[in-house]
Design a protein around this ligand. Structure first.
Ligand code: ADP
Ligand code: MG
Length: 251
């Protein structure tokens, strides 16, 4: 597999009242095209900071981030913003949908960034919404009228509407019940099987099982990683392997 994202000697330091906190410490990592990478680790280990850094949502302090051969860390704010919109999608634990827009418009406003033909975009948005189980009768509802699981599925559609090179997800099932968790994981797994590169942070072992590779972050460094292979082609013993790995990590 070829590399889509390379992070070299990534450092991220926050300064609070002249106290410096080194959150990511010389982190090196490669994300392959088509990979489903899962990042686990205790609260405060730097998982969200890593996703924000890799996606260009937050500026890194030192190091390089290379997408498909192009370094992005020195892009101007404007250039980075456009790059992010076109190349990355993001799903958060709290869906962050715009409460003043309908389901359809929440995705449309994002999609208009790369789609010139509005009519075709509407069609594409509707197809994707249906695909994740949002019914036509809900397209014109507002987020407050949907369940948590439905909202998160709309957020996933918004995340992929511009066909990003990579979809980042920060604890996307963290606020969902087990039924909705399963549904969302099935959607992500299906997308990945069709080629979508996904980088997902999770606290859930159930969710981690969906990854091809699980990386364990501790105090801003990668403690270890484990290869699991594609979810659909897997033997049962892989579950044990993951449990053992997490036990060793002190999970
Ligand atoms: P995780 O997602 O693994 O729980 P985070 O990446 O959110 O961890 O946070 C790692 C550390 O960085 C925490 O100690 C947190 O307080 C600190 N941190 C994160 N974001 C900021 C910020 N914007 N300003 C200052 N400190 C931050
Ligand atoms: Mg976090």
């Amino acid at each position: 597999m070829s590399e889509l994202i390379i992070a070299k000697d990534l450092c991220k330091t926050f300064s609070n009242n002249s106290v410096q906190q080194h959150v990511l410490k010389n982190l090196n990592l490669e994300i392959h095209k088509g990979e489903f990478l899962v990042i686990m680790g205790n609260s405060g280990s730097g998982k969200s900071t890593l996703l924000y850094s890799l996606s260009g949502m937050d500026r890194i302090t030192l190091g390089k981030i290379i997408y498909d051969g192009t370094e992005i860390q020195n892009y101007s704010d404007a250039k980075l913003c456009v790059f992010r919109g076109k190349n990355t999608g993001f799903v958060f634990q709290q869906n962050f949908l715009n409460d003043t827009l309908t389901v359809l418009d929440n995705v449309m406003v994002c999609g208009l960034l790369t789609h010139k033909n509005r009519k075709k975009l509407v069609q594409k948005v509707k197809t994707l919404l249906l695909h994740v189980g949002i019914k036509e009768e809900d397209f014109n509802k507002f987020p407050s009228q949907l369940s948590g699981g439905q909202k998160q599925r709309v957020a996933v559609v918004r995340g992929i509407i511009n066909e990003p090179q990579v979809l980042f997800a920060d604890e996307p099932t963290g606020a969902l019940n087990s039924d909705n968790t399963e549904k969302l994981l099935d959607i992500l797994t299906d997308m990945n099987e069709k080629g979508q590169t996904i980088v997902m942070v999770t606290h859930s072992v159930e969710a981690a099982r969906r990854g091809d590779r699980v990386m364990y972050l501790e105090d801003g460094i990668i403690k270890d990683t484990i290869e699991l292979g594609k979810y659909s082609k897997r033997e049962k013993s892989v579950n044990k392997k993951l449990n053992h790995f997490l036990e060793e990590m002190g999970w």
